[in-house]
Design a protein around this ligand. Structure first.
Ligand code: HEC
Length: 248
């Protein structure tokens, strides 16, 4: 099953419409629409997004902020009320005001230093919380070296491959980026530990996992306090669940 997702962009004028429904199809074959759910072999792109995501560019809102929200901007840590060391990691504005990020200057940025520290009394998140994954650290690194900008792109435009989703390859990284910071450790949020396959499996019955990420009535919307995930991330999880939620 391939779902061709289209952002409901405002299409002004018949010229753009004509482009989309005719020759425009060919020209976007290899455009890099996706930063997640990437399928380089997929050439069945049908829509030209107005603001496509470039895989070489880091987008704060869709890639950096979710890491902060699920690992740092927590109660007792760096949410608005707790502001440990004066650092608030809840939004672009707060990050730039309080976290000593120096655009383009990695070694001068305290934020980068603390997430790559090796000393237990200095590293963030502090133990027993898990260190950020190297993929997450690299996203933050690239964001700073690219100028620590507040860029956004159409995360819901383009093609999303939901075929044969693998737990290890596709589902695990999504959960790691958007959920695991809260849902892990000695006292995981809601008593739900999503750092293991067994823990994820435990919230599949009664549609809890899908209900939470789809923001369905009767469930607490996840990621808590964050934006809804991209349709591609949600659809990949749904496809994996529908195929039996295998440990593949
Ligand atoms: C900022 C912390 C935080 C993040 C990030 C987060 N959660 Fe949660 N989650 C919670 C808390 C706290 C609860 C318990 C809330 C409640 O019971 O109302 C919860 C509850 C849940 C529930 C139970 C919901 C229900 O109504 O039964 C599920 C399922 C869940 N989370 C999955 C996820 C998934 C999947 C993600 C990532 C896409 C995620 N969470 C991200 C904090 C978080």
């Amino acid at each position: 099953m391939k779902s061709n997702l289209r952002l409901s962009a405002t299409v002004t004028g018949s010229f753009l419409l004509a482009l989309i429904f005719s020759g425009g199809l060919q020209s976007c074959k290899h455009d890099p629409f996706f930063t997640d759910g990437i399928d380089p072999g997929d050439t069945t792109v049908v829509v030209t997004p107005t603001n496509p995501c470039d895989p070489a560019t880091v987008y704060f809102e869709s890639q950096v902020l979710p890491i902060f929200q699920s690992n740092c901007a927590l109660s007792g840590c760096h949410d608005e009320a707790s502001r440990q060391d004066g650092v608030i990691l809840t939004s672009y504005q707060r990050v730039m005001e309080t976290a000593d990020v120096r655009p383009g200057n990695l070694s001068g940025s305290d934020l980068y230093e603390v997430i790559t520290e090796t000393r237990a009394d200095k590293i963030m998140p502090p133990p027993p919380r898990q260190m950020l994954t190297s993929a997450q650290i690299n996203v933050i690194r690239d964001w700073i070296t690219q100028g620590a900008k507040n860029l956004t792109c159409d995360v819901n435009a383009g093609v999303c491959n939901t075929d044969n989703r693998s737990y290890a390859q596709h589902i695990r990284p999504i959960i790691q980026n958007f959920c695991q910071g809260c849902h892990s450790g000695a006292t995981p949020s809601g008593g739900i530990d999503l750092s293991t396959y067994a823990g994820i499996n435990a919230v599949i019955p009664n549609n809890r996992l899908v209900g939470a990420i789809e923001h369905l009535p009767g469930f607490t919307a996840m990621p808590l306090g964050g934006a809804k995930m991209s349709a591609c991330n949600i659809n990949q999880i749904k496809a994996w669940v529908a195929a039996g939620a295998l440990n593949n």
